[in-house]
Design a protein around this ligand. Structure first.
Ligand code: BTN
Length: 257
C-alpha cells in the first residue's frame, strides 16, 4: 500500500503521520521496535504487504499471503506507568473492534485481544514494550487483520476468517487502516483522560468471553470455569467448579463446552 494512499485518508494528529510502507519486511513489529529504539516519535507506522517472519502472540507465527491483508505496527509512547501497560491491549482491541464495527463488521473481542467475526478470528494484536524502571519507553502495537484472504491453510480455516469471506466482497485496505488509526487515536486519548473505565465498559459490550465457559492459565496453573467478569484492572475473573475465583492477567483463554 503506497504511503501516499494512506496519508491522504488520515484524520489523525499523530498516528500514522510518519509512515514506513514496505513491500516486504521481516516483521513490521521488529522494524518498529528498532525505529522506537532509535527515537521514532509516537504514532510512527510501519505497514507492509508481506512479512518473512510475522510474529503472533506466545511465540506463534502470523502467516499472511502478500498483498491481501493489513499488517502493521505502531510506535506508541504512552504517558502511563508500566504497571498499567496491559490496559493498552484492551484499548487496542476496543479501538479496532469499533473501527471494524463502523465499517459494517460486527467484531467481538475474545479475551484479551483477539477479534472475532461470526466466532472466527479475523485479527490479532501483539503488544510489546520497553521500559526504564517504572516508565514505559515505548510500546509497539502490532496488528494483523485478515482483510482479503479467502484461503487459509488446513487447520486454520476452521478457526480463522477474513472481512472478504464474511462480506462476500473485496475490502479496500487503506480506508480501513485510516479508520483503525482514527479509532485508536481517540480511544488512546480517552484512556489517557478517563482511565480504563470507559474502555472496560465498551470491551464488555463487545466481549465474546464473558459468560462463556473457558480454559485459561491461572496464577496457580490451568483453570476451567465460567468467565464471570473483568475486574477494574482489566483481569479476567474465572470461577471454577469448586466456586473459587481465579484472576487471569495474561495468556490465552480458550472456550470450552
Ligand atoms: C496474535 O497472535 O493474535 C497476534 C498477531 C499479530 C500479528 C501482527 S502482523 C503485524 C505485526 N508484525 C508482526 O510480526 N506481528 C504483528
Amino acid at each position: 500500500m503506497p504511503a501516499s494512499d494512506l496519508a491522504s485518508l488520515l484524520s489523525t494528529r499523530a498516528l500514522g503521520r510518519t509512515i514506513h510502507a514496505l513491500d516486504e519486511v521481516g516483521s513490521t513489529s521488529d522494524l518498529a521496535r528498532s525505529l522506537a529504539d532509535a527515537g521514532a516519535t509516537h504514532g510512527t507506522l510501519v505497514v507492509a504487504e508481506a512479512q518473512r517472519w510475522g510474529r503472533g502472540r506466545r511465540g506463534r507465527v502470523w502467516v499472511s499471503p502478500p498483498g491481501e491483508n493489513l499488517l502493521f505496527s505502531l510506535v506508541l509512547r504512552p504517558a502511563i506507568p508500566l504497571a498499567r501497560a496491559s490496559e493498552l491491549t484492551l484499548v487496542a482491541a476496543v479501538a479496532i473492534a469499533e473501527a471494524l464495527g463502523g465499517a459494517g463488521f460486527p467484531a467481538a473481542i475474545r479475551w484479551p485481544n483477539d477479534l472475532l467475526l461470526a466466532g472466527k478470528k479475523v485479527a490479532g494484536i501483539l503488544t510489546e514494550l520497553a521500559a526504564s524502571g517504572e516508565a514505559i519507553r515505548w510500546v509497539v502495537l502490532g496488528v494483523g487483520i485478515d482483510v482479503n484472504s479467502r484461503v487459509f491453510p488446513p487447520g486454520v480455516a476452521e478457526i480463522a476468517t477474513s472481512l472478504a469471506l464474511f462480506s462476500g466482497q473485496e475490502v479496500a485496505r487503506a480506508p480501513l487502516l485510516a479508520a483503525v488509526l482514527g479509532s485508536l487515536e481517540s480511544w488512546l486519548a480517552r484512556h489517557a483522560r478517563e482511565g480504563l473505565g470507559p474502555v472496560r465498559e465498551r470491551w464488555l459490550q463487545r466481549s465474546s468471553t464473558i459468560g462463556a465457559r473457558v480454559r485459561a492459565e491461572g496464577p496457580e496453573g490451568p483453570v476451567e470455569g465460567l468467565a464471570e467478569a473483568m475486574d477494574e484492572d482489566g483481569a479476567l475473573l474465572v470461577r471454577d467448579a469448586a466456586g473459587r475465583l481465579a484472576r487471569i492477567v495474561a495468556g490465552d483463554v480458550e472456550p470450552i463446552r
